[in-house]
Ligand binder design. Sequence first.
Ligand SMILES: [Zn+2]
Length: 430
Amino acid sequence: MESPMDKLMSPLSPRKSADKPAAASLAEDPVPVKPVCSLELPTAEERLAAIARFYSDRVFSLSFDAFDISAASGGRPLVAVGIIAFERLGLEEVADRAKYMAWFSAVERAYTDTNAYHNAAHGADVLAGTLTLLSHLDTTLSAPGPAPRGGAGGGGAAGGAVSKVEALALVLAAAAHDVGHPGVGNGFLAATLSPMAVFYNDESINEMMHACRAFQIMLEGGGACNVLGKLSRAEFGQARRIITATILATDMAKHGGLLDEFVAAQAACPDVRLWDDKGRLLLFRITLHLADLMNPVRPWPLASAYGEGVVSEAARQGDAERAAGLVPSAMTDRDAICLPAAQLGFMTRFLKPVLIAFAGVIPDFVIPAAASFGDTEARWAEMLAAGVRLPPGGCYPPFSAGIGSDVALRRARAVEEAVAARDAHWARFG
Ligand SMILES: [Zn+2]
């Protein structure tokens, strides 16, 4: 069976002949003569397809610019990268194009565009990163070697190139991995007893919601967004397992456990081609985690912009924490945040060990990524040494009304009411 990655380096398919039937002869289909002033404008879908074609190769590069494709596509970066994924991975075999497009459009709309970081551009960036990692993984997994025998994780044998179902599941998981993000972290949601925290019992609150929304959107619209509708029952089960497990693996609180599991699996069996189903799912879980972490290995103008987005969103959370009567941490207090230190800490604690763990699995990715990591690290260190604390411009947009603020305001009102009740109680004792 042809690997979905076989098409990675081939150009996008030209417009389907069904769009414009080929002429049997010139006499039957003469070239229409248009009036001189006639102007046939492309449809929105044709414009997006053209943009996708333009960015098709760049998506697989470390220098992919999600802000650029967002601007070019009129704020539809996720759909544009989704089209590229669909065409380059040959996903038409496992997904209906119209439903795939409808699902991607709905997911993109469900991202919170007022977030400085967790918005659709971040979704597109992580999807592009996933495609890059997937292409390298596919090369590793499909290389000739010993027959799969279930070397890690126990259970049935897997092995072989990335299948179409696996590729589709990872693409959907990457696209939806932060859908509906409220712009505040799990700690804030739990501390303010938000409805989401109550619903998910404080466990991976945001990630649970993202995975849930990915499937809710499939069920909405009377089947129009049912992107997994073409799969058999067994394939659907496999895709659902991959989507939920990989999205839940993006919870930063799970980082240490996930990394330990990956390192231990490699120690038990260094050849990932021999890993069984459980080991393969582990590989996909940490792949999406790496795609979610890896923006510091993009070129400096992009890496620094993502870093600014992270601290800007964190500062807004700090505002919400104050409004809720909580004490912001050093990472969210806009008077205490140090952008270079925050980024250096993030790179050292999270990104570096995951890159190292992948070195033996996809060396052709890790080697250039490590060089870019060093460049970004040196620039942040230089800024730190120069005493720079904030992004150029100095201040972040203030926390504004949006998702999360209602939680904060309700919490603030509850605090005010509690204080008033306490004062009233003590007033009775004069
Ligand atoms: Zn993310």
